[in-house]
Design a protein around this ligand. Structure first.
Ligand SMILES: [Zn+2]
Ligand SMILES: [Zn+2]
Length: 324
């Protein structure tokens, strides 16, 4: 089975859905774009919408971080438990069979754990939820999520069994046929990147990390080895192309130009930008794509590549599914 991932949440820091005013602007622009078009049926309307740029027909904004990694064994595996985890849970049938859910936590900031509070499987007896992480405060953090005055239901009242698989720095994990490696990242109170491998394919998830100026040019930079020749790299693009992460470095995030530079030098096949800055609107996020593609082409020339790495750059949105 090919290695696939699904995005349930792509916004950094705090959920940030578009508001009525922003939706109205999209509708106005779209209706104006149809002024010379006659539609004969709904299908032709759908075809017209499909040709619109993504920031006009859709939105990058919404839930906080949650990526599902689809295993050959059909085990539910997630990286991070932001508010997108609730949307996943809402997609389940009303009374699903009891299962074991695996949730890898990069770190414990709100935007990576807040979805657990509304994760329906936590309220169903017979389920087991295994939290895999390198943060030794994980159990304490999850207990505090389910406690007064923040939440009406106490951790000890949850019907599912929680298990905490907490490892030391440098550890690797195995779930089903997936082998998972880890790398410590520079972020307030630290975060970890995960590399998921199976059947010769690799997906790396690396958000919530800041990189020093010119770090990508150091051949010994550990991230180059960790990302090396991965099929999919899911990367922290909190700041758009014209917004430097360096100016905002108290938050410990990265930017889209850094994403492209690292992905190109590590010969990553597809780069997926996520953890979007909540203050950026869809148009601002979308504008970065053309700059990023141009930068990848320029780097291919500079590095004497026969092909461009990354050969596909995608701005993630809630609902995106992609295959390695
Ligand atoms: Zn975050
Ligand atoms: Zn964080």
């Amino acid at each position: 089975m090919p290695l696939k991932i699904s995005f349930w949440g792509c916004t950094g820091s705090i959920p940030s859905p578009i508001n009525t005013e922003q939706l109205r602007k999209k509708l106005t622009d779209t209706l104006w774009a149809t002024k010379d078009t006659k539609f004969s049926n709904k299908q032709s309307v759908c075809e017209f919408i499909n040709k619109l740029p993504f920031h006009q027909r859709g939105t990058y904004k919404g839930n906080t971080n949650c990526v599902q990694i689809h295993s050959a064994e059909d085990i539910p595996i997630f990286c991070d438990a932001g508010s997108g985890l609730r949307t996943y849970a809402d997609s389940l049938p009303e009374f699903p069979e009891p299962r074991t859910y695996h949730i890898f936590l990069t770190h414990l900031h709100w935007d990576h754990i807040q979805g657990l509070s509304f994760f329906k499987p936590a309220f169903q007896a017979g389920n087991k939820i295994i939290i895999h992480t390198l943060h030794h405060e994980a159990e304490d953090a999850v207990r505090r999520l389910f406690s007064v005055p923040y939440f009406p239901i106490d951790y000890d009242q949850l019907d599912a069994d929680f298990e905490f698989d907490i490892r030391k720095d440098g550890a690797s994990f195995e779930v089903g046929s997936l082998e998972i490696k880890t790398l410590k990242q520079d972020h307030p109170n630290h975060s970890w990147a995960f590399r998921f491998e199976t059947g010769g394919k690799a997906v790396v998830i690396s958000t919530d990390c800041q990189h020093a100026n010119n770090a990508a040019k150091d051949l010994n930079y550990p991230f180059l080895k960790f990302f090396n020749k991965s099929d999919l790299l899911v990367f922290d693009g909190q700041y758009a192309y014209n917004q430097s992460a360096k100016k905002n470095n108290i938050w410990g995030h990265s930017d889209i130009a850094t994403a492209v530079e690292l992905a190109a030098r590590a010969k990553v096949k597809q780069l997926i930008i996520t953890h979007h800055e909540p203050a950026n609107n869809d148009a601002t996020i979308h504008q970065s794509l053309a700059f990023a593609e141009k930068q990848a082409q320029e780097l291919a020339t500079e590095l004497n590549y026969q092909t461009t790495y990354p050969n596909n750059i995608i701005l993630a949105y809630d609902g995106l599914k992609i295959e390695a």
